[in-house]
Every structure is written in structure tokens, then in C-alpha cells.
Ligand binder design. Structure first.
Ligand SMILES: [Zn+2]
Length: 150
């Protein structure tokens, strides 16, 4: 394994707010998107349309619209970043990967962020790596962007 694997993912307070707002707007469906960045630092949030977000009963799953996802991935690459994370929301369930999330996880190097709106007053973000059916927790660190290096 060549790339150092980070045990945490760093987001700014503003990025966290963007994810929570997207989750709230998408309810009762799940919201999804990808995160471009460097190492453990998220640089930009890319909200994506959820192709599963229609109809009744409400599905408890998400599928990022493929063309939008490809466009976002190309933009991330052009900027010299990587897809460091993938987020989606759980309107009613806890911030932990569902069996479907584990089965569908296709990016072993990305951190899966799940935002739970189960408690409307207190949204919760969880971070995970999902590989070969194994779920490993990754700390979500929320801090203001500060340039340490020049
Ligand atoms: Zn899920």
C-alpha cells in the first residue's frame, strides 16, 4: 500500500453545514455527493442528484446520478485533488453504514460520511472506510481552514 491512510478526515464548519443543509433539503429522500481534497483535508463539496430520490414508498438508498458524478470527478482531477470522501444522508437512521451501504461501497480509499437527521435538532456525522464488507470508523475533524505551510 503506497498511500498513507489517514485515520481522520478534516472538514471546515462551512463544509459540514453544506452537507447538513443538502441532507435537509433532500428529505424525505437521501442526499449524496462527493468530496474533493488532498490527503485528509476536504477542499470542496460536490452535491450530486440522487437518482433514487423519487416515488413512494421512500427508498432508503441512494445512487448518485452517473453523469453528474463523472463531471464532479473530472473537476476534482483537474484541480489536482482526489475523491477523499463520499457522503450521503440517513433521514431517519443512525449515522452508521446500512447493510446496503456496505454491499454497495465501491471506493475502498474514500471515507464514507453519513449524516443522520434522526434527531432533527442534532444532526450527526459519522466517517467510515468500507472495504471487503468491513466497516472501520474514521474520525471527522471539524476545524477552520488555516494555512500551516506557506
Ligand atoms: Zn446509507
Amino acid at each position: 500500500m503506497s498511500r498513507r491512510e489517514e485515520a481522520e478526515l478534516i472538514l471546515s464548519p462551512w463544509q459540514v453545514m453544506q452537507i447538513i443543509e443538502h441532507a435537509r433539503v433532500a428529505r424525505p429522500y437521501e442526499a449524496c455527493g462527493i468530496l474533493g481534497g488532498r490527503d485528509a483535508r476536504v477542499e470542496q463539496i460536490y452535491p450530486l442528484p440522487n437518482a433514487e430520490a423519487s416515488g413512494y414508498p421512500v427508498t432508503n438508498r441512494y445512487l448518485a446520478e452517473p453523469q453528474a458524478q463523472l463531471d464532479a470527478m473530472l473537476t476534482i482531477e483537474e484541480r489536482g485533488w482526489h475523491v477523499v470522501g463520499i457522503y450521503h444522508s440517513h433521514p431517519d437512521a443512525p449515522a452508521y453504514p446500512s447493510p446496503i451501504d456496505v454491499a454497495m461501497a465501491a471506493y475502498p480509499s474514500a471515507v464514507y460520511i453519513i449524516v443522520s437527521l434522526a434527531d432533527d435538532e442534532d444532526p450527526v456525522l459519522g466517517g467510515f472506510r468500507i472495504r471487503d464488507g468491513e466497516v472501520e470508523e474514521v474520525a471527522i475533524v471539524i476545524e477552520d481552514r488555516q494555512r500551516v505551510e506557506s
